[in-house]
Design a protein around this ligand. Structure first.
Ligand code: F1P
Length: 602
């Protein structure tokens, strides 16, 4: 496996931790040396590489470099924030805890908030949690990248959610410390300290926070972070920003960034709930023990390398021949299916139909702010009934169906749906979380219908942490591996970069320009020029185009495909945009097309 580690006096340092490793990039955007050859790896090796990358989440700090999840400062801040939540739980009148983010960060805010509010309802307690996702609830299931760039929209949404509240703990999530939407909210909190206490969760050191100007603002994300740092000295603001290492696919913060968000926020909220309802005070040792349970979850999940690889192969095979992958789930593991599926479009330029999630009980089970969204179009029809009507009739053996459930779900229902799907395809697989010793009736029946069953057995009383949270994380890791691996096998990744990235917000626009620089060796200005030509499908840039801002460019990009690959082919061969288009039509595997161009240059 690629990537070099050096052992220094205190701990093992990974190559990416050295200050001269891609120094201009924040950790969340660096390329991970462990996955440099992931585009050429076998399914088994892809899984092993993803495991190695995910393991970096729990790596201990090596002196003088980055603070990590288990660093003293991070654990102490987790405790401090947990105690603030505890105060609100004990006296919820006129108070709120808000979790907010864009894309995956907002989806995880939704998952965590609905889960912890449910726990409160079961204890007959007032719900104190609210979530905000940039772009509203439709962003839970589809890519809405543009609202991420709007700090004012972030601020206004927060203000509305908190109307009439006297005390708000605001937790803003931006893995890259970069989303203007979240920056606007944090700034607003600092302007109203009598009500709001801001907390920032992300995975870069503060000096790497994004410093680009934002529309209509005098502040940048970095300047917001600097003000928060000042306030954190008197505990008027909190920053939880351990480094978890670069993503397996550069910048794909849905992966480690998302998993770490889930872990961190569950650590905070679980500790607060235990302190309030079971008289277990928030302790340093307690947080570390709980963290260890998550680490074990990662180990338990990846112990099934061969089974995960088999799923990834099946999904990859379906995508390669233009067929689809369906996740059919129950309960909160189904939500992780919906989330994973929704990310394939912005991440890999996938079609909405390529990977699609369905949940038993639909929006009733999801319990989202805006209720049923099915009227927004067929993309938003998410129940199993919708699957039976919209998808099943056209399924065949080339489509992959993946059942996601746990032993607390209605296994009879799972078996019933498996039978229905089996009428159309034999390519059915199951991912099933069960508790030690609890043999589910009908499981044998399901096993017979499936070409593979990935069963994960958990000890009934984990040392620490809710079993459901562990099942969710495990499912997230598995699905991220399946969808990422399948798109790698489809040829969407070049080395460890998403070359076919959508250019639908300013972060992605900058990333695309950087990628072109890296692969072509040309200066930034020439690469941005090529990007714009490809985006607007012209060979000469007009004044209209060059005088427009990034917002206009990213709006145009919404309706375009293969923008970055086209720009790269133009840069490398000097051909016109139309010629590049026909070139890519002949060779739809982007990686192969790029390599052909690169090889012609040597
Ligand atoms: C937010 C986000 C990602 C998404 C894509 C665009 O990033 O929407 O969730 O996958 O990369 O950005 P962040 O604010 O959490 O860094």
């Amino acid at each position: 496996m690629a990537g070099t580690d050096w052992t220094c006096s205190h701990a093992t340092m990974h190559a990416w931790e050295f200050l001269d490793y891609e120094p201009s990039l924040p950790v969340s955007e660096k390329s991970n040396p462990l996955t440099r050859d992931i585009d050429r790896a076998s399914a088994n090796n892809i899984v092993r590489m993803l495991q190695a990358c995910d393991t970096q989440i729990f790596q201990e700090d090596s002196e003088d470099t980055y603070q990590r999840l288990s660093s003293e400062r991070v654990v102490e801040t987790i405790m401090e924030v947990a105690k603030r939540v505890e105060l609100i739980l004990k006296d919820p009148q006129d108070s709120l805890v808000v979790l907010s983010g864009c894309g995956t960060s907002g989806r995880l805010a939704f998952l965590i908030v609905t889960g912890f509010n449910k726990a409160l309802r079961e204890l007959n307690q007032t719900s104190i949690y609210s979530y905000i996702i940039a772009g509203g609830d439709r962003a839970l299931l589809s890519s809405q990248e543009a609202p991420e760039d709007d700090p004012k929209q972030g601020m206004l949404t927060l203000k509305k959610v908190c109307e009439g509240k006297k005390r708000v703990l605001f937790i803003g999530i931006s893995c890259g410390l970069s989303a203007p939407f979240v920056a606007g909210q944090l700034d607003f909190c600092m302007q109203h300290p009598e009500v709001y206490t801001p907390v920032l969760v992300g995975f870069n050191p503060t000096h790497q926070a994004r410093d680009d100007p934002m529309p209509g603002c005098t502040f940048t994300f970095r300047s917001v972070v600097q003000r928060m740092q000042e306030l954190s000295k008197s505990q008027k603001a909190f920053l939880i920003n351990p480094a978890v290492g670069p993503e397996a696919i550069s910048g794909s913060s849905r992966m480690k960034g998302g998993s770490s968000t889930k872990i961190l926020l569950e650590l905070v909220l679980s500790a607060a709930h235990a302190a309030t309802f079971t008289n277990m005070p928030v302790t340093y040792k307690g947080i570390l023990q709980h963290m260890e349970a998550y680490k074990q979850t990662l180990d338990i999940t990846y112990a099934q390398t061969a089974e995960i690889a088999a799923l990834l192969e099946a999904a990859g095979q379906s995508l390669r021949c233009g067929r689809r992958v369906c996740y059919l789930g129950w309960g909160s593991v189904a939500i992780l299916g919906l989330i994973d599926a929704s990310e394939c479009n912005p991440t890999f330029g996938a079609d909405f139909e390529d990977v699609r999630g369905f949940i038993s009980g639909g929006y009733r089970e999801m319990n989202n702010n805006e209720g049923p969204l099915s009227s927004l179009g067929s993309d938003f029809r998410v129940t199993h009934k919708d699957f039976l009507h919209l998808v099943l009739p056209s399924l065949n053996d080339q489509d992959t169906v993946l059942l996601l459930y746990t032993h607390s779900d209605n296994i009879r229902e799972v078996a019933k749906l498996a039978h229905r799907a089996r009428e159309k395809t034999s390519n059915i697989h199951a991912v099933y979380h069960q508790v030690d010793g609890a043999a589910a009736e009908q499981q044998d029946d399901i096993d017979r219908l499936c070409s593979s069953s990935l069963k994960i057995t958990w000890a009934s009383s984990p040392a620490s942490g809710s079993l459901l949270h562990m099942w969710e994380l495990s499912t997230k890791l598995l699905l991220n591996a399946v969808s990422t691996g399948a798109h790698i096998l489809k040829g969407k990744i070049y080395q460890n970069d998403m070359i076919d990235v959508q250019v639908t917000n300013s972060k992605l626009y900058r990333r695309a320009t950087r990628l072109l620089q890296k692969l072509s060796g040309y200066p930034e200005s020439k690469c941005e020029e090529a990007l714009l030509k490809s985006l607007y499908q012209v060979d000469t840039l007009t004044i209209d185009i060059t005088s427009s801002d990034i917002t206009a460019h990213t709006r145009t990009a919404r309706n375009r495909t293969k923008v970055v690959p086209l720009a790269l082919v133009c840069l490398l061969t000097g051909c016109t945009v139309m010629e590049a288009e026909s070139h890519l039509e002949q060779q739809p595997i982007v990686r192969e097309a790029v390599e052909t161009c690169l090889s012609k240059l040597v």
